[in-house]
Design a protein around this ligand. Structure first.
Ligand code: GLC
Length: 754
């Protein structure tokens, strides 16, 4: 096969927003999106349109550059790009000329047929994080990965690829940070020194353009902010979706669904959501209800609603081939299904048997699909679970000539799941009026945070999977996916009661807290594990509900800055080697205040690395000095969770669901430190989009140890908090006694001395 290096520059000129550089084998286009974001698009054949499934921003209209004999030079306030002319190479530096990322001098960008690869210099101390849902260690150095969305049945701790594609990684070296997003939905590859005897890293794809965004902001939070500025941030989720979610493949009838909901209420175990997996349908036909087992869905929904439960129903892309079935008939009549090049409809085999697959890459197909959710929304469903959208067909390999939109399958396969989630989100958003839908998807491409939450597919009921799942969640958070979860307990197999208890306690500190299990497994609800374990699980779920004001404020941060709730310690401490130590790599911050150390169910104590600062054990207030490895007790009743000194955590008293108003008291827990601490508290109605037009309630809460004062800034926004009072709960303040503990919440500035 011919190997063509992109060659020497033959000329360059400004053309619209781009600096266009002609080289022997290809044309490079350079765009600036912001002082810290520069895009390079190398192509042998630039198309007329510039489309992306991920990017929602536009480049700046023009920029300055100059040249020397050797280089074209582009400077922003934050970055220097030096484009070497012969041969064509792209090298990025900080404003003070420190190397951030440079092409390998020998190879740069290289085509082999339609496959394109960029080879990069590898720095001696360079570490890599990111790529979203990828197995392996936190530090991806010396590993390589493929992006090809796959129904990864029975995946293990090393399986690659899994279900999703997030071609965004962060490089860390020499005390500097950078990010790189390859926006190309073809099958793509990332190698972090694994196969090159540590000489180079490389990335590329089977086809399409070498279209990448370089991020030069310093600090991982800044890189996440820039990446999510470019690809979008999540909306505020419905508050109910942050409560406890009970799922199973499948609750087989309306009676069983109601029975599950009633048992939660009878046992006073808080919960908000119950799910219907594929068996609610008639013969697995999407947008139908089984006439026998779910004969009166509206009546079921009314009963669920009366108990403050929401229902999430599954939908798969596969539309059963059966004349007389509405979606099949409409799809055939209007040509909505993916086809072979000769126009014949593509047929694959999934749960319903032989199926056609909607072509979600077309606007009219997405509209049709979105409108069909009426069958679910009209009875009161407001959560929509999108599964099997890699897309999965038994046997996995969909023929490569199948057409999606105007493309062949391999060119866009990795974006199919996102386009399905988009169709679901856009359709249900219309149908639900001003109510927020909850959308959950298994397959995804960069940018999916704008439409949907994700879960990590079919994991297994083992300790190893619990820990791996945490790394997947933490890694997804780096790539813009803030609303994530795993099947708690593990989808396949039967967890031991100890593992179920432990995993559940970790679920409290997972953005989405959902218990789910495969058909035929032991029942998994909290009361299936003996009365002692039931009490522990109940207490953990209650802890989740107490923390909801903190968690919801954390989601507001994701909405505004892209920062996820579940944060690998590498976000705050990118140059601390202990953070990447395999003993501690699963640890994470849950929001600004809490450090969580996942521990296997078989161990009753654990070594935990506490980064610099002071820490308190959440459940005992025991104080620890940071910058230390500590050995702590980890009984099944108390997962090691630590609070960063100086943190402020708003909590509420236990409610049985997010719809319950509770007792009007917002607790403000403050853990003492010598330094001041602040927290941005956020609240809105949790249901509607009114927050987008000002109906929110936001204020900064701070404490100042020197002046011995706790203050609340004036409340911003037109929403009235559901709490009337605040109760101060001070931790580690020694003998301080407050005159009052409970205060009437006022909208103006409040100052409370202690
Ligand atoms: C897939 C999903 C799983 C679901 C099952 C049946 O395996 O990943 O969550 O329960 O299909 O719908």
């Amino acid at each position: 096969m011919e190997t063509a290096i992109s060659g020497n520059i033959q000329g360059f000129k400004q053309q619209g927003e781009a600096l266009v550089i002609k080289a022997a084998e290809a044309e490079a286009r350079v765009y600036i999106y912001s002082p810290t974001i520069i895009r390079i698009c190398l192509s042998k054949n630039h198309g007329d349109t510039d489309t992306s499934f991920a990017v929602i921003q536009k480049p700046v209209p023009d920029f300055d550059f100059d040249e020397s004999a050797e280089f074209i030079r582009i400077n922003t306030s934050a970055l220097k790009l030096r484009i070497h002319k012969s041969p064509l190479r792209f090298n990025f530096y900080t404003a003070d000329s420190k190397p951030l990322s440079e092409d390998d001098e020998r190879f740069g960008t290289t085509w082999q047929g339609s496959r394109v690869i960029t080879y990069r210099k590898l720095y001696a101390d360079e570490k890599f994080i990111g790529l979203g849902e990828k197995t392996g260690d936190l530090n991806r150095r010396n590993t390589s990965y493929t992006n090809w969305n796959t129904d990864a049945v029975d995946y293990g701790p090393k399986t690659d690829p899994l279900y999703k594609t997030f071609p965004f990684f962060i490089g860390l070296h020499s005390g500097l940070t950078y990010g790189l997003f390859l926006d190309n939905p073809h099958k793509s590859y990332f190698d972090f020194g694994a196969t090159t005897d540590e000489q180079m890293s490389w990335f590329g794809a089977d086809g399409g353009d070498q279209n990448y965004y370089f991020f030069g902001a310093q600090g991982v939070p800044q890189l996440i902010a820039d990446y999510t500025w470019l690809t979008g941030r999540m909306e505020m989720p419905p508050l109910w979706s942050l409560g406890y979610q009970q799922c199973r493949w499948s609750y087989m009838s309306a009676a069983e669904v109601l029975d599950i909901a009633k048992t939660f209420r009878k046992k006073q175990i808080p919960a908000d959501v119950v799910y219907c997996d594929i068996d609610y349908m008639e013969g697995f036909k999407i947008f139908t209800w089984n006439k026998k087992t779910f004969a009166k869905p509206k009546a079921m929904m009314d009963e669920l609603k009366a108990m403050n439960f929401h229902l999430v129903t599954i939908v798969d892309p596969g539309i059963k081939i059966e004349a007389g079935y509405q979606q099949y008939d409409e799809g055939v009549k209007n040509g909505y299904f993916a086809t072979y090049p000769n126009g014949e409809k593509y047929t694959g085999y999934v749960w319903p048997g032989r199926c056609h697959f909607p072509d979600f890459f077309r606007d009219n197909v997405r509209e049709w699909w979105g409108a069909a959710f009426k069958a679910l929304t009209e009875v009161g469903v407001d959560g929509f679970w999108n599964d099997m959208n890699e897309p999965a067909a038994w046997g996995q390999n969909i023929p490569w000539m199948v057409q999606f939109g105007d493309k062949d399958m391999p060119e866009v396969r990795n974006a199919y799941g996102t386009q399905m989630a988009r169709a679901t989100y856009e359709g249900t958003r219309k149908l639900l009026g001003n109510k927020r839908p909850f959308v959950l998807t298994r397959a995804a491409y960069a940018g999916t945070q704008r439409y949907s939450a994700v879960w990590t597919g079919d994991n297994s009921g083992t300790d190893e999977h619990m820990l791996l799942g945490q790394r997947l969640v933490n890694s997804l958070g780096i790539t813009g996916m803030a609303f994530t979860g795993v099947d708690i307990g593990g989808f396949s197999g039967n967890p031991t009661p100890e593992l179920m208890v432990r995993w559940n306690s970790l679920g409290v500190y997972t953005p989405m807290f959902r218990n789910h299990a495969i058909q035929g497994s032991k029942m998994r609800e909290p009361w299936q594990w003996g009365s002692t374990n039931e009490q522990i699980i109940k207490k953990d779920i209650e802890q989740r509900y107490k923390l909801l004001p903190y968690i919801y404020s954390g989601f507001y941060q994701s909405h505004i800055t892209g920062m996820p709730l579940s944060r690998t310690l590498a976000i705050e401490h990118p140059f601390d080697d202990l953070v990447f130590d395999t003993r501690f790599q699963n640890q994470f911050m849950f929001g600004d205040a809490l450090l969580v150390a996942p521990v296997e169910s078989t161990r009753l104590n654990a070594d935990v690395y506490l980064p610099p600062g002071n820490w308190y054990r959440l459940n005992s207030n025991e104080k620890f000095n940071g910058d230390e490895i500590v050995n702590v007790a980890a009984p099944l009743t108390d997962l090691p969770v630590f609070v960063k000194a100086g943190s402020i955590i708003p909590m509420q008293h236990i409610v049985q669901s997010t719809a319950e108003k509770g007792d009007d008291i917002l607790e403000l827990h403050i853990w003492h430190n010598e330094e001041p601490g602040t927290f941005i508290y956020y609240e809105d109605d949790g249901i509607s989009y009114d927050y987008q037009s000002g109906a929110f309630y936001k204020r900064e809460i701070g404490f100042e140890p020197i002046n011995r004062v706790i203050h609340l800034s004036a409340a911003a926004g037109s929403f009235t908090s559901k709490y009337d009072k605040i109760q101060l709960v001070l931790h580690g303040f020694g003998k301080v006694k407050l005159k009052n503990e409970v205060f009437t919440l006022e909208n103006g500035v409040m100052e409370i001395g202690y």
